[in-house]
Design a protein around this ligand. Sequence first.
Ligand SMILES: NC(=O)c1ccc[n+]([C@@H]2O[C@H](COP(=O)([O-])OP(=O)(O)OC[C@H]3O[C@@H](n4cnc5c(N)ncnc54)[C@H](OP(=O)(O)O)[C@@H]3O)[C@@H](O)[C@H]2O)c1
Length: 252
Amino acid sequence: MSETEGQDTRRTIVLTGASRGIGHATVKRFSREGWRVITCSRQDFSTDCPWPAGPEDHIRVDLADPEDIGFAISEIRRRLEANGSRLDALVNNAAISPKVNGGDRMDSIHTPMHVWRDVFQVNFFAPIMLARGLYAELQTAGGSVVNVTSIVGSRVHPFAGTAYATSKAALASLTREMAADFGPAGIRVNAIAPGEIDTAILSPGTEKIVETIPLRRLGKTAEVADVIYFLCSGQSAYVNGAELHINGGQHV
Ligand SMILES: NC(=O)c1ccc[n+]([C@@H]2O[C@H](COP(=O)([O-])OP(=O)(O)OC[C@H]3O[C@@H](n4cnc5c(N)ncnc54)[C@H](OP(=O)(O)O)[C@@H]3O)[C@@H](O)[C@H]2O)c1
């Protein structure tokens, strides 16, 4: 740790959903660059899947519970005091994508409303609650917010449920609105929209989709983490309100 007069001078990121998949690759990427990574997810720090941030920078929070998010924000702000109450990046990565038994798509006719509400709470409301709650710290650092959307926010997908897809479309619109509202404070807000990335979220049958992707392969979690890193770095200093496709050309 680099410290000046007791202060942690590392750049700091708050990352939701770090325990596996894209989030896990992201925590490794930022740690490698010397960032302090504060991770948030439902489970305790996992010793089966340890990440470099370590248990001391992990916060247990259920993003499906608005009250719990409030507690988490207070705890994050307290922990950021060690960094001069500066937050360089907030990455809203955690999401849920419920499926019917067997992994089939939950359509708009049958999806129970309580499922729809849970999906929107985790995938859509949690990101704006966190960004608003950490606004002052982001402003102090001239920080960056990255919302993780999805290719399914802009097209019907054979496996992704309707609640998930609409939550990601809403998050893409929110990114545009936030870019306008947070920009004057020096905070950039962008999104990344992954396509088929090699993680546990994928359904059986994805091989068929891969045959139609111009690059003819799944994406790697590390390839997504690289783009998130780019959007949180000075290399993208004039990029604001963008949604970057990471899909091997699947959207063309
Ligand atoms: N994989 C893909 O192909 C793909 C494609 C397009 C978009 N995406 C997007 O990329 C992001 C990451 O996807 P992934 O496949 O890496 O996801 P994943 O493997 O399913 O991991 C989801 C993460 O979110 C956390 N999480 C879930 N519900 C939570 C809750 N209520 N409160 C707090 N944390 C919660 C999980 O941790 P806990 O279980 O510990 O809570 C986990 O760390 C998501 O936004 C997803 O929609 C993925």
